[in-house]
Design a protein around this ligand. Structure first.
Ligand SMILES: [Fe+2]
Length: 406
C-alpha cells in the first residue's frame, strides 16, 4: 500500500514528470517495422506526446511533433499528418522489427547485445497490442511468476505439438509434462529475486513430486521490459510502453534459438485477435472480453479463450486506468514487484539529484557488451536445480544456428 502522491510519482510519464524523465533516458519502442511499410509519415502517440514518425532528408527515421487539430478524433489516425516544425524531434532506429525512439537529453544509450538484438532477422518476429491502462500495472503482471498458475490455467492439456507460436503450450524440458499441467498442479512457487546489471533476475521454483523442481527463470529489464521463456524454442522480450498515462502498448520481440520463425503464421495468429491500424484487441472491456461461463466451467480459469494475452489484458485493465495502489495489499508472491518499484524510485531520485550514472543500462560501452539474459523453463533434481537451469540454457545456446553464446 502506498500514498497517492507516490503512486502518481511512479506511474505518470508525461513531459516533466519524474518517472517520465527516467523512461526518456532509454530507447522506447515507437512502431513496428510492419507499420513503417504501410507508409510514412506515421502518427505515433508516445509518452504523452503526439508525434509522427518520418524519414528525414538524410534517410534516417525521426519522431517529430505532430500538430493536433481540436476536432480530430483521438482514437482514429488522420489521413494526413501535419508536422509542427518548431516542436522537438527525436532520433529513431529500426531494430529486430521494431522502431525504437530516444526522447531523452543528450546522446542515446547503446543497445545491449541481448538475444533479441543479436538474432538474425529470420529468427525474430515483432508484434504489439493496445491495453487501456497505465504501463506500470501492465509491467507488474509480467514480473509476477505466480499469476500464470491461476490466470492462465487450462483445465485440460492440449497436444503441445499444436502449440507453435503460443505461450505455455510446450512440454517442460526433460519431461513429457505439458507446461499447462506444471502450472496447474503446482500453483504456489517459491520466488527468488536477484538484482542484476540490467534489472532483476526472477527465479520461480515449483517443488514437485519425486524430489524434482520446476525452475522458471524470467527477467525484468529496466525500465519497462521483461524477458521470459515462451517455449523451448523461443523467448519473449516484451516492453510495456506508455502511450499516455492511461494507455500503453505491449511490444514483443519473439526470438527463436532453433528454426527460423514462421512469421506469416505468427502474424496471422495475432492479426486475427487485433484491429488495425491501432492494434486494439478484438476482445476487450466493451464486449466483456468474450467471457463465456460454460468455457470457464470446463476449459479455462477465466472463461476468456485460449489466448493468454486476453487474460493478462483483462487482469490489468480491470484494475482501472491507473491502479489505485493506496488500496493494494502486496504479499510474498509480489516480491519482484516490490523490488522493481524500489529500483524505479531509486532511479527517479538519482535523476532528480543529477546522479544519472547510477541508473541501470546507461553505462556506455559496457551496455553494448551485455548478453543474454538467461531465460528458460527446466525440471531438475531438487538438490541440483541451479546447475540444471544453467545447463539447459547453455545447451540451447550451443545448438543455436546464430551466435547466442554468453
Ligand atoms: Fe500473464
Amino acid at each position: 500500500m502506498i500514498s497517492q502522491q507516490l503512486n502518481d510519482r511512479i506511474t505518470r510519464i508525461g513531459p516533466g514528470t519524474p518517472a517520465g524523465a527516467v523512461l526518456r533516458r532509454y530507447w522506447q519502442p515507437a512502431a513496428l517495422a510492419d507499420e513503417v511499410e504501410t507508409g510514412l509519415p506515421l502518427p505515433v502517440n508516445l509518452m504523452g506526446e503526439r508525434l509522427a514518425l518520418v524519414r528525414a532528408d538524410d534517410g534516417a527515421l525521426r519522431l517529430v511533433t505532430r500538430q493536433s487539430g481540436p476536432g480530430e478524433p483521438p482514437a482514429h489516425f488522420p489521413e494526413t499528418v501535419a508536422i509542427d516544425a518548431d516542436g522537438p524531434t527525436y532520433p529513431a532506429t529500426l531494430c529486430a522489427g521494431v522502431v525504437f525512439a530516444y526522447m531523452g537529453p543528450g546522446d542515446p544509450p547503446d543497445f545491449p547485445s541481448f538475444d533479441c538484438f543479436r538474432a538474425p532477422d529470420s529468427h525474430v518476429f515483432a508484434f504489439k497490442g493496445l491495453w487501456e491502462c497505465n504501463w506500470l500495472q501492465a509491467l507488474e503482471i509480467g514480473i509476477d511468476p505466480a499469476h500464470a498458475s491461476f490466470l492462465h490455467r487450462f483445465l485440460e492439456d492440449e497436444d503441445p505439438e499444436a502449440g507453435y507460436g503460443r505461450q505455455f503450450r510446450d512440454k517442460a524440458a526433460q519431461t513429457n509434462m505439458p507446461m499447462t499441467q506444471v502450472l496447474r498442479e503446482y500453483p504456489r512457487p517459491e520466488i527468488r529475486v536477484d538484482e542484476t546489471d540490467f534489472g532483476l533476475k526472477i527465479t520461480a521454483l515449483r517443488h514437485m513430486e519425486g524430489a524434482l523442481t520446476h525452475v522458471r527463470v524470467t527477467n525484468q529489464i529496466f525500465p519497462e521490459a521483461i524477458c521470459i521463456p515462451m517455449s523451448r524454442e523461443m523467448t519473449i522480450t516484451q516492453w510495456h510502453v506508455p502511450i499516455d498515462d492511461e494507455t500503453c502498448y505491449w511490444y514483443t520481440i519473439f526470438t527463436s534459438f532453433d528454426r527460423p520463425v514462421d512469421k506469416a503464421l505468427m502474424r496471422d495468429q495475432r492479426l486475427k485477435e487485433h484491429r488495425l491500424p491501432d492494434y486494439a484487441p478484438l476482445k476487450n472491456r466493451a464486449n466483456d472480453y468474450h467471457y463465456n461461463p460454460d468455457e470457464q466451467a470446463t476449459l479455462t480459469y477465466t472463461g476468456m479463450g485460449l489466448d493468454i494475452n486476453v487474460h493478462d489484458q483483462w487482469a490489468v485493465e480491470g484494475m482501472g486506468r491507473i491502479q489505485d495502489r493506496t488500496q493494494e495489499h502486496l504479499g510474498r508472491s509480489d516480491v519482484a514487484i516490490i523490488r522493481f518499484r524500489r529500483m524505479l524510485r531509486r532511479a527517479i531520485t538519482a535523476l532528480e539529484e543529477g546522479d544519472e550514472a547510477t541508473l541501470p543500462m546507461l553505462g556506455g560501452a559496457e551496455v553494448g557488451r551485455m548478453v543474454g539474459p538467461l531465460s528458460n523453463d527446466a525440471i531438475a533434481d531438487s538438490d541440483n536445480w541451479q546447475d540444471a537451469s544453467w545447463q539447459a540454457d547453455m545447451a540451447r545456446r550451443a545448438a543455436c544456428p546464430w551466435d547466442a553464446s554468453v
